[in-house]
Ligand binder design. Structure first.
Ligand code: ATP
Ligand code: MG
Length: 559
């Protein structure tokens, strides 16, 4: 057993078991993985699972993990996505071994290998269009039909392939195909396409190329060039594995031959994790951009206030398996809540304010009361919060004519204002419709700090802010972007399940003064309301990250 296996984390899953066996048997003497995003969108929560697996596996076995952009498709790729992916990966807490790598850096090598395949009679230029080629592929139990161009001479193939590269032919007029077996039971091996003609500008190679390799022709070879040992990808590539191996068997490789292993995608309820779908939501204006806090992108979750550590912990917790499954989004949220409960400072914010006037408060007096910052973290200390005779409280913390079991403020009722005083409501002013506009109360000076010396109890404790000291701002509350657990399950189109009320904007919020100094991106707990992240751009805009109630405990039957 090598040192690497002895020191490795003994987490059990089929991937780690396989790697341990590989090292024990000497199949590989080291571990090298890669994370291979296509730069045609930003990373989402599903990618976080792949990233956590690729990077953790490498580090557990003292190996390396590189970041490789799978940039073989010139139409949809963009350097903004490249930069964004690097930024998101760094935020998530992972550092690739070495500089980012690009499949496009191997175009020349791939091309040389393609020529050698042609010379050895293993590839040919097909002049048929995509539709014909696809129709001839046949299907399971249905024979394939050989292309009339399959028997071209190597010389003719080589000449045509060089002219394809030189840009002599129109898009779609020719392709290079591997010559494998048109009757193979795995459709992927029925003479797959290796190159297509594309007269497109590429984000790195510019206008140099007129042919671009397919995913299959590029991926395994890129792994091999880099010295990857364990190439992990999602289950939909299962049927591509035979082709991955076949290509590598034909080529002289600089390192050991890499091996592809598939694992289940991460899917979440109420969520879509497909870059194409997510790009559609952005393009159609359903959300405000890739970093809209309702998006399951890493930049959306980050803006929403999800701690990177909570996402990593979630990914480790769900583990890797070989069967696809959909996890409850409440489970992810519960990781977020547990993390934030430990670290988020508590603050007071009134999101839908109504004025509370304390009629026996000494004119002009401002009292500063001491409030604990985080009961879960005594080291976070306390702060002084100004209290005065005019406050704001939450509109729904007061009712003129409450139903039974309403324990908050109502005429005649005494409640605690958090860390300040007991107050007793006397009456309220109302508008023409009978709706309260100002609430009046008296306070008991003996209850300073929030406790009565005579030991009398109150049934509720409410948050508040002093009107004269309050900071104005906005808050956004979020609900699921898709109301169905499996978006698109009913009709096939996730857009049919869009929740029209996924965002509620509150423009008239009042925050305690400490929130004026809250750094952008910081997450705090608004007492009784949930965790909120200070927007990364707009001052005094707070996004609700998650509520306070553990929905997961309910779902898991723990309450
Ligand atoms: P999408 O379907 O969102 O376009 P993709 O697979 O085309 O995803 P890539 O950029 O090619 O996106 O993915 C990079 C890596 O992330 C691949 O190894 C892929 O298998 C993995 N990956 C993508 N989506 C998920 C997911 N939902 N769960 C786990 N891994 C994923
Ligand atoms: Mg892909």
């Amino acid at each position: 057993m090598s040192d690497a296996t002895e020191t490795a984390d003994l987490r059990e899953d089929f991937v780690r078991e396989m790697v341990r066996k590989d090292l024990r048997d000497g199949t590989y003497s080291r571990v090298q993985t890669r994370f291979p995003p296509e730069p045609n969108g930003y990373l989402h929560i599903g990618h976080a699972k792949a990233i956590t697996l690729d990077f953790d596996l490498a580090s557990e076995f003292d190996g390396t993990c590189n970041l490789r952009f799978d940039d073989t498709n010139p139409d949809t790729e963009d350097t903004a996505f490249v930069d964004g992916i690097i930024e998101d990966l760094t935020w998530l807490g992972f550092t690739p071994s070495g500089d980012p790598l690009y499949a496009s850096d191997y175009f020349e090598q791939l091309y040389a290998w393609a020529e050698s395949m042609i010379e050895r009679g293993l590839a040919y230029v097909d002049d048929q269009d995509a539709e014909t080629i696809s129709a001839q592929r046949g299907g399971y139990g249905q024979p394939g039909i050989e292309s009339p161009f399959r028997t071209r001479s190597s010389d003719e193939n080589l000449d045509l392939f060089r002219r394809m590269r030189a840009g002599e032919f129109g898009e779609g007029t020719r392709v290079l195909r591997a010559k494998i077996d048109m009757q193979h039971e795995n459709m992927q091996l029925r003479d797959p396409v290796m190159y297509r003609i594309r007269h497109e500008h590429h984000h790195r190679t510019g206008d140099r190329w007129h042919i671009y390799p397919t995913y299959d022709w590029a991926h395994g070879q890129s792994d091999a060039i880099e010295g990857v040992t364990h190439s992990l990808c999602t289950l939909e590539f299962d049927s591509h594995r035979a082709l991955y191996d076949w290509y590598l068997e034909q080529l002289p490789l600089p390192h050991e031959r890499p091996r592809q292993t598939e694992f289940a995608r991460l899917e979440l309820t109420h969520t879509v994790t497909s870059k194409r779908r997510l790009a559609g939501l952005v393009a159609d204006g359903v959300v405000d951009g890739w970093d809209d806090p309702r998006m399951p992108t890493l930049r959306g979750l980050r803006r929403r206030g999800y701690p990177a550590a909570a996402i990593r912990e979630f990914c480790s917790y769900i583990g890797v398996a070989r069967t696809n499954s959909r996890h409850q989004i409440e489970l992810l949220e519960s990781f977020v809540r547990t993390h934030l409960n430990r670290v988020a400072p508590r603050r007071m914010a009134v999101l839908d304010p109504i004025r509370l006037v304390i009629t026996n408060w000494p004119e002009g007096l401002v009292d500063h009361v001491e409030v604990v910052n985080n009961p879960e973290d005594p080291a976070d200390g306390t702060r002084m919060v100004p209290f005065s005779g005019e406050l704001f409280i939450e509109r729904d913390d007061f009712m003129l004519d409450p139903p039974p079991k309403y324990f908050r403020l109502t005429p005649g009722r005494e409640v605690r204002l958090r860390a300040a005083y007991f107050v007793t409501c006397t009456h309220a002013d109302t508008d023409a419709d009978g709706q309260p506009i100002t609430v009046f109360a008296t306070y008991d000076p003996a209850t300073r700090g929030g406790n009565a010396p005579d030991g009398r109890k109150v049934k509720s404790t409410m948050h508040w802010v002093s009107a004269a000291h309050a900071v104005d701002g906005r808050a956004m509350l979020y609900d699921r972007l898709f109301s169905a657990e499996v978006p698109g399950d009913r009709t096939g189109d996730p857009l049919d399940d869009l929740n029209p009320r996924s965002r509620q904007v509150l423009d008239n919020c009042r925050f305690e003064p400490a929130l004026a100094d809250c750094p952008h991106g910081e997450v705090v707990q608004f007492e009784r309301l949930g965790y909120f992240a200070h927007d990364t751009r707009e001052p005094q805009l707070f996004h609700r990250t998650v509520g306070l109630r553990d929905e997961w405990a309910r779902i898991a039957g723990r309450t």
